[in-house]
Write a protein that binds this ligand. Sequence first.
Ligand code: ADP
Ligand code: MG
Length: 249
Amino acid sequence: MKPFGAESELRIDDLHASVGGQEILRGLTLSVRSGEVHAVMGPNGSGKSTLSHVVAGRPGYTVTGGSVTLDGVDLLALEPWQRAQAGLFLALQYPTEVPGVRMGEVLAESVRASGGDVAGVAARIEAEALRIGLDPRLLQRAVNVDLSGGEKKRNETVQLAVLQPRIAVLDEIDSGLDVDALRAVARRVEAATTEFGLGVLAITHYNRLLGELHADHVHVLVKGRLVAEGGPDLAERVEADGYAAFAEV
Ligand code: ADP
Ligand code: MG
């Protein structure tokens, strides 16, 4: 593992991936470095969740070309838990419910697996929950079971803050959040970019996330390919003109 404070880079190079025999990602190239916030915006069905699932190693996706590396390590050759150990964190569009397992146990195990200090984990979880406006008592429940959509997203954000990964892929972290929760989550993620140098790949189809989580780089995904790149103004253009204005390539 790289020493704390060292620069990290997630490199996605000419990635092709298919699901159910259909090619969904058709040559996608993108790099995220420590401290940067990249937004990938795209219409429904453009391949946003496919991208996050392929990077995280979810079963059912076939990579047919290209590479994904984190600090030179070939992530595609690793099991999902090894990718997490390598410093990758994925917040799912639909967080998984894990009956019978409390979040404190999951986090303690993850911290232990990556050689961290387990002793302070409970206190850190509680502090992070309070910071993001999540009742710490909810964390005594099984992971994500009986939590509202907004609570699940806050819960994911607590995990991210405690685990301190190098790179986080956030798949529609804004979905199901009211404006206060969106602000709390976005601010926590943004603070992480300076607190521990987190690099962020934020996937969304709305500009509203980017009003709170300020992206340095915006990419537009249409039919499995990035068709436009720019700064925050590009997100505003998407909002104004819609995705139809971005021609397929
Ligand atoms: P987005 O997150 O951008 O809305 P997805 O990555 O979820 O898009 O889906 C991209 C395309 O892949 C869609 O056309 C979707 O129907 C298809 N797809 C996703 N999962 C499967 C699957 N398991 N089997 C077949 N097609 C799938
Ligand atoms: Mg999706």
